[in-house]
Design a protein around this ligand. Structure first.
Ligand SMILES: C[S@@+](CC[C@H](N)C(=O)[O-])C[C@H]1O[C@@H](n2cnc3c(N)ncnc32)[C@H](O)[C@@H]1O
Length: 271
């Protein structure tokens, strides 16, 4: 199972992905759909009810927002879950507003979510965890790299680094994480591990060249920029492993299937 540490570099500048137009980021696109729906509904409803001297009927108006937002989401061919979110957002917001809940609770909920899901907001990288079987498989893949320096980019709760540090006492295992609550739980988990370095930091500032093996379980959105960073910084002979998300336009040197419930796939790239 172990992947040989040294093979000729196989990727060249010619393999670089072509430059594409950058689409609107999902949260801005969602805001744009809701704003367009509100504008369309209000530009008809306000004059209509204004001329009749009547107040806007907010429950019906919220339903109209939802219907128009759904229409726009369908016309712009958004995935089904976005259509559902757009259809329900304004009507549900109207219902919740009617409950007269203290706004402080919403602020508290938003802060708690940010403490865990900061990566989802800033870079479309949410928190989900590698399985124990994945960590064992990584230990197997890297068994022929004695004393390896391993880095988990966006290390979550330390699910990989804790297990790998135990399985490989010869290795120096690092994790970098920047969601506050997640980082803190990972810190508590790793502080007893002598060969484990748990760092607060941004994956985009991490020095990949200092590591023999870099592991990432991020999101499809992060892969193009991450692969560019990997190619720029990692040393020849080192290994990049991406859980679930392949690098587009570059074939992996090995695809390792993990026998876990999630049927995890590890895409392995030798530099
Ligand atoms: C899918 S989780 C993977 C967690 C862990 N590597 C594992 O396999 O169990 C991605 C992690 O990356 C973190 N993350 C996202 N953007 C980051 C950034 N710019 N810098 C550091 N960590 C980030 C998230 O907070 C999240 O914990």
């Amino acid at each position: 199972m172990a992947l040989p540490p040294e093979t000729p570099a196989h990727s060249t500048a010619a393999e670089d992905e072509p430059v594409k137009a950058v689409p609107l980021r999902p949260h801005l696109r969602a805001l744009a759909v809701q704003a367009a729906a509100a504008f369309a509904v209000l530009s008809l409803a306000w004059p209509y009810f204004g001329l009749r001297g009547e107040a806007l009927p907010w429950p019906q108006t919220a339903l109209a927002f939802g219907a128009v937002a759904l229409l726009i989401a369908c016309l712009t061919r958004q995935p089904w879950w976005w259509r559902l979110i757009h259809a329900l957002f304004a009507p549900l917001a109207g219902v919740v507003a009617g409950l007269a809940i203290d706004p402080g609770w919403f602020l508290l909920a938003a802060i708690l979510m940010l403490l865990v899901y900061r990566g989802a907001v800033s870079g479309q990288i949410p928190l989900y965890l590698s399985t124990a079987a994945t960590a064992s498989t990584i230990a197997e893949i890297t068994q022929n790299r004695p004393g390896m320096r391993f880095l988990d980019l966006g290390a979550g709760l330390g699910s990989v680094v804790v297990r790998l540090a135990n399985a490989r006492p010869d290795a120096r295992v690092s994790g970098v994480e920047n969601a506050p609550a997640t980082w803190f739980l990972g810190y508590l988990r790793t502080r007893g591990s002598v060969n484990c370095i748990w760092r607060w930091g941004d994956i985009w500032q991490a020095k990949l060249g200092d590591h023999d093996v870099v592991y990432a379980f991020l999101s499809p959105a992060a892969m193009p920029a991450l692969w560019a960073k990997v190619k720029r910084e990692m040393q020849p002979g080192s290994l990049f492993i991406s859980n679930s998300f392949a690098v587009q336009a570059t074939e992996a040197d090995a695809l390792v299937e993990v026998h876990d419930a999630r049927q995890t796939r590890l895409y392995c790239y030798r530099l």
